[in-house]
Write a protein that binds this ligand. Structure first.
Ligand code: SAM
Ligand code: SF4
Length: 344
């Protein structure tokens, strides 16, 4: 029939441990306007040369292959700070026709100016990072005095109709663990779901120690003492890294991401692409698969067999996905790249 587009039927991508892979996290820049202590050093971060960073066309092509060939149903854009990349709204316009759930993780500073345009371009949900409600502490943790702008960014996301708006807080013992209940109260007041994240050994400074990890169980105990909680049953087929709880009084919910103490590896459905086009099967993977080489091979994006080559590379990579990371085990190997270089 004239004008009919024929697409290959999507074939589920199954890893060696029988998990279906269908959630793509794409980092679109390794740069950032913050310098969170648990992520980056204050100075001296080596940025990728700009010509090594994938273009939006290249990113959209990888996304298209994952959705059309393998039936991925969710794409999250992250970084570095994704909203500092120029013309980021255009990327969402390019991804929108794929018809999958589009999300972003951001520090929120640029949301007051961008939230409405992002929503119109196809973004549906947002996670905004906020580790402290105390101005001096926020400054100490992010090395930027931007608490007010982040709070305005949360309001802007809500006003723009992005839903759900979630707020991520990395909890570090001795740094901000005394704010867990205040952050939970903040989430209840603003109608946003708080997500408390255990500190992971992915800081660029390599200063992480197990003693700084506030286990999710302890976080929940503290919240439960102030605002009683009950566990939310997991919806079959709907994988979330966060264990979710709702408040018994019906005012909202809260999640804990126990990546260190109780990793969700058994249910992991994620893969990642770094800003320079390396495919990773785990945050903690020590091996990467170069998709940029395929995208920039002779013929570039116009090559007839590009989708096939990308599919083969992605399938091959997923075939190496391991059962889970080994933080805490004697044989744990820390990845060379830090969180902002991988894309959290
Ligand atoms: N710049 C954006 C932001 O901060 O939301 C997106 C990228 S950031 C790397 C993604 C998430 O990773 C943020 O929620 C951040 O707090 C979290 N993160 C960064 N370093 C971490 C670490 N060492 N352990 C746990 N979470 C970390
Ligand atoms: Fe930037 Fe996000 Fe890392 Fe903070 S956590 S330095 S905002 S990339």
């Amino acid at each position: 029939m004239v004008g009919m587009v024929t697409r290959p039927i999507a074939i589920p991508l199954i890893d060696p441990f029988a998990r279906r892979v269908k959630d793509l996290r794409i980092s679109i820049t390794d740069r950032c306007n913050f310098r969170c202590t648990y992520c980056m050093p204050e100075e001296g971060m080596q940025w990728l040369p700009r010509d090594e960073v994938l273009t939006y066309e290249e990113i959209a092509r990888i996304a298209k292959v994952c959705v059309e060939r393998f039936g991925f149903d969710a794409i999250r854009i992250t970084g570095g700070e994704p909203l500092i990349r120029a013309h980021v709204v255009r990327l969402f316009e390019m991804l929108k026709p794929l018809g999958v759930d589009l999300a972003i993780t951001t520090n929120g500073v640029k949301l007051p100016e961008l939230a409405r345009d992002l929503k119109a371009a196809g973004l549906s949900r947002v996670n905004i990072s906020l580790d402290s409600l105390i101005r001096e502490r926020f400054f100490a943790m992010t090395r930027r005095d931007e608490l007010d702008r982040v709070l305005a960014g949360i309001d802007a996301a809500i006003d723009a109709g992005l839903a759900p708006v979630k707020v991520n807080a990395v909890v570090i013992r001795g740094v901000n663990d005394d704010e867990v209940v205040d952050l939970a109260a903040f989430g209840r007041e603003r109608g946003v779901g708080m997500r408390f994240i255990e500190f992971m050994p992915l800081d660029a400074d390599g200063q992480w120690t197990g003693a700084q990890v506030m286990p999710a169980g302890e976080i929940l105990e503290r919240i439960n003492a102030a605002f009683p909680l009950r566990r939310v049953a997991v919806t079959p087929g709907h994988v979330q890294p966060a264990d979710r709880y709702e408040y018994v009084d019906g005012i909202g919910d809260v999640g804990v991401i126990a990546s260190v103490t109780e990793p969700f590896c058994d249910n992991c459905d994620r893969v990642r692409v770094t800003a320079d086009g390396n495919f990773r099967t785990c945050l903690f993977a020590v091996e990467e698969f170069d998709l940029r080489a395929q995208l920039r091979a002779p013929g570039g994006l116009d090559a007839d067999d590009l989708d096939d080559r990308l599919s083969v590379a992605i399938q091959g990579a997923v075939g190496t996905k391991w059962s889970g990371h080994r933080i805490g085990a004697d044989n744990f190997v820390r990845p060379e790249k830090s969180m902002s270089q991988i894309g959290g």
